[in-house]
Design a protein around this ligand. Structure first.
Ligand SMILES: *Cc1c(COP(=O)(O)O)cnc(C)c1O
Length: 414
């Protein structure tokens, strides 16, 4: 039987592996080494002729493999590779699939640390153009003969811009470009980038998928939509067998084995536990986010609220079409008077003053003096990060309690 519902499928995914003693969870396998009875098998695991065997835990464990199969199922992909963090997964994609002389087109509205990696890539000889991806024209205008990859996030943090995901997918397909979509904010509970022809999907598992702020992890999923046989940067060693597997083979060897960002088995287990309730958590947090966004939008001390579920959002219609299940747990709002920012935030009692996203608890952070501080005032202005901007990651608290907390805190805004 092949369940139609994601939660049903996830709840029964571990026991399909044939767990010892009929256990319902895949155990935490902490072995670093794996032993063999015959030397031919040890040789076979190095040469790739022995399938499904483990070798050295940096390249994967039964615990990370169980999580990878869950992620592949969630994204409707061909296969996945788990990493120690979302940044390890993102860095592995860039460092293993781009070379000096290549060109990358990226959305201007991406996670700050990803933006910082773009700077590093520049120093390694990969040219990066940061464009307004809310329209496909922004991407198309940046195309060069050496463009290899396009990178966007489904809902950008913290501004909540929604790129023209479907049109960019069609553009990438027409030009043979690898389309990489960071699905962290929406997660596969709200959106599958495979549906817009993304070739690779990255997820920070630390956020929505693990969901409890108690585990770090990241993943890359190959959707099977990209033709690797036409990609010039696949090394000869990985151009073997069905081209559908070439990309993941290279990312696993060059990204996981060589760069070393392996996911610890304990973390894989925690992430898999969190993922069991993914769809329930995302539905609750998205409904709360919409309720809080509506409250804030009507508040006299608030200049602007960015939430794709609001009719006032510039990409509201697109978000409604792409994410019918909700617009995620992420919103941001701008105080009319940035001078009152600290007073307002210090009065919050329930919402936690913390960085981080996708927790069961509501987290709030003033954006300009923290996560976008290093970027500097010019870059902040370009990205539309105002001094009074506050990012909110909705948790699972009762929405009425949260709204009451923001209401009393905003009284400090005068
Ligand atoms: C947090 C985040 C990442 C990085 O994930 P880590 O697990 O913290 O390394 C990448 N992309 C987005 C959109 C994020 O929010």
């Amino acid at each position: 039987m092949n369940p139609s519902d994601l939660t049903t499928a996830l709840l029964h995914s571990d026991r399909r592996f044939g767990v010892e003693h009929g256990g319902l969870h895949k155990p935490i396998h902490t072995s670093v080494q794996y032993g063999f009875d015959r030397v031919e098998d040890l040789i076979g695991v190095f040469q790739g002729s022995l399938k499904g065997a483990y070798n050295y835990a940096r390249q994967g464990t039964p615990s990370s493999a169980a999580l990878e199969s869950m992620l592949t199922r969630m994204e409707g992909g061909l296969g996945s590779i788990a990493f120690s963090t979302g940044m390890a997964a993102i860095a592995a994609v860039f460092l293993t699939l781009l070379r000096s002389g290549d060109h990358l087109i990226a959305s201007r509205h991406v996670f700050g640390n990803t933006n910082s990696v773009f700077g590093t890539l520049g120093d390694f000889g990969v040219a990066v153009d940061k464009v307004d991806a809310t329209s496909v024209q922004g991407v198309a205008a940046a195309l060069r003969p050496n463009t290899r990859m396009v990178f966007v996030e489904t809902i950008a943090n913290p501004g909540t811009q929604v790129p023209d995901l479907a049109a960019i997918g069609a553009f990438c397909r027409a030009h043979g470009l690898l389309y990489v979509v960071d699905n962290t904010v929406t997660s596969p509970a709200l959106f599958r980038p495979a549906s817009v022809d993304a070739g690779l999907v990255v997820n920070s598992l630390s956020k929505t998928i693990a969901g409890h702020g108690a585990a770090l992890g990241g993943a890359v999923t190959d959707t099977g939509r990209f033709d690797w046989s036409a990609y010039p940067n696949v090394f000869a060693a990985y151009r073997k067998g069905d081209p559908a597997g070439w990309g993941l083979a290279q990312i696993r060897k060059k990204g996981l084995r060589d760069l070393g960002g392996a996911l610890a088995p304990e973390q894989a287990h925690r992430i898999a536990l969190g993922a069991e309730t993914l769809t329930l958590r995302v539905a609750r947090a998205s409904a709360s986010a919409l309720a809080l966004a509506r409250f804030l939008e009507a508040h006299p001390a608030v200049a602007r609220v960015a939430y794709p579920g609001l009719a006032s959002h510039p990409q509201h219609a697109r978000a409604a079409e792409l994410f019918p299940g909700g617009s995620s747990w992420l919103l941001s709002f701008e105080l009319k008077d940035p001078a009152r920012l600290n007073d307002v935030m210090n009065r919050l009692r329930l919402a936690v003053l913390a960085t981080g996203l996708g927790d069961t608890r509501t987290l709030v952070i003033p954006v300009a003096p923290t996560i976008f501080w290093e970027a500097g005032p010019t870059a902040r202005a370009e990205m539309g990060i105002a001094d009074g901007l506050v990012r909110v990651s909705l948790g699972l608290e009762e929405p009425a309690d949260l709204i009451a907390d923001f209401e009393q805190a905003l009284a400090a805004a005068g």
